[in-house]
Design a binder for this molecule. Structure first.
Ligand code: ADP
Ligand code: MG
Length: 326
């Protein structure tokens, strides 16, 4: 099973930021309101994610690190409509097979915390520990037992930049959650939860920094079971904003040809011919209308009704942008 998990790890865990992605998504799945990510040496030495979510009961700790063990799918029907971020039940098994790993957790109702350690795939017995309600996962010395992979880790600041970008995309997806990020003991990001619309925009601007234009347009459209919300930037003459393009489908960041085409068309048609607009957009639809399981990295989706989605996006953006010209 070690080898199997290590091979699986090769698919899911490319670099430290892939570990952060899996851990933070687990925290979000657990209903966390606050997530702290501590990184040392670009993640090569330490990745620690702490949350105040629902926690894991002690008897389930060994299961959490076992291969294909997920608490998130009860039936095939669930598979069809995956609402949670994680659904494959292999992330912790994979990560813990290629690092020195510890999982400490306390459930909301309990006054005791427990910790389980896994060293290169070898699971130790759970022991009592100190921890507030919620969960901490520590991943030390990533790929220490897979030298061929360890060798391919990039410079500390490159790996950290990947982590920072990843956290941005998650923080934009979940404006209602507080995120903190530190590197080598130094606080780098503190993004407080936004409680209302105005705070939500302020937070988007804060997360994206100067990648987000000073002027943006609020989008809020719904039709035919589809709902689009968010902000599109009104580009200035001086700068293209190709980097700050975030499109979420039911909370997941997506890079999709159908989406990209609809957005590009709407802009080209109304205002900014040939420009790359900045945007942060959220599309919500019935999970049964979209297949998110196209690729494990989960950036791809397949819409059941591509045409409908495309036309809805195009029309929504077109309408909103056209108003700015009037
Ligand atoms: P998946 O997320 O696909 O279910 P993972 O390997 O990422 O698989 O996690 C395995 C299980 O461990 C999850 O199904 C969940 O029950 C539990 N778990 C992992 N991280 C957390 C967390 N931060 N809080 C609560 N439970 C967690
Ligand atoms: Mg997961």
């Amino acid at each position: 099973p070690d080898l199997v998990n290590q091979i699986a790890a090769g698919e899911v865990i490319e670099r430290p930021s892939s570990v952060v992605k899996e851990l933070v998504e687990n925290s979000l799945d657990a209903g966390a309101g606050r997530i702290e990510v501590d990184i040392e040496q670009g993640g090569a030495r330490l990745i620690r994610v702490r949350d105040d979510g629902g926690g894991i009961p002690p008897e389930q700790l060994p299961l959490a690190v076992a291969s294909h063990a997920t608490s998130k799918i009860g039936s095939f029907d669930d598979l069809e409509r995956v609402a949670s971020m994680g659904f494959r039940g292999e992330a912790l098994a994979s990560v813990s097979s290629v690092a020195r790993f510890a999982l400490t957790s306390r459930t909301a109702g309990s006054d005791a915390a427990f910790r389980i350690e896994v060293d290169g795939g070898k699971v130790q017995a759970a022991r009592p520990a100190q921890h507030p309600p919620g969960t901490s996962v520590e991943v030390r010395d990533l790929f220490y037992n897979v030298p061929a992979r360890r060798k391919f880790l990039r410079a500390e600041r490159t790996e950290f930049a990947h982590i920072d970008d990843l956290l941005k995309s998650l923080a934009l997806a979940r404006g209602d959650v507080e995120f903190r990020l530190s590197h080598n003991g130094r606080p780098v990001r503190v993004w407080k939860a936004a409680r209302d619309e105005q705070a939500a925009l302020a937070r988007v601007a804060e997360v994206l920094g100067e990648d987000f234009p000073a002027q943006s347009l609020r989008i809020e459209q719904a039709a035919a079971g589809l709902r689009l919300s968010g902000w599109v930037g009104l580009p200035t003459a001086s700068r293209a904003q190709a980097d700050a393009q975030y499109f979420y489908v039911n909370g997941r960041l997506v890079r999709d040809r159908v989406v990209a085409h609809a957005v590009r068309q709407a802009y080209a048609d109304v205002l900014f011919h040939g420009r790359h607009p900045a945007f942060v957009l959220y599309l919500e639809l019935d999970p049964a209308g979209v297949d998110v399981n196209v690729h494990p990295a989960k950036h791809e989706v397949r819409f059941r009704e591509q045409r409908l989605v495309h036309d809805f996006l195009f029309r929504s953006l077109h309408e909103a942008l056209a108003q700015t010209r009037a």
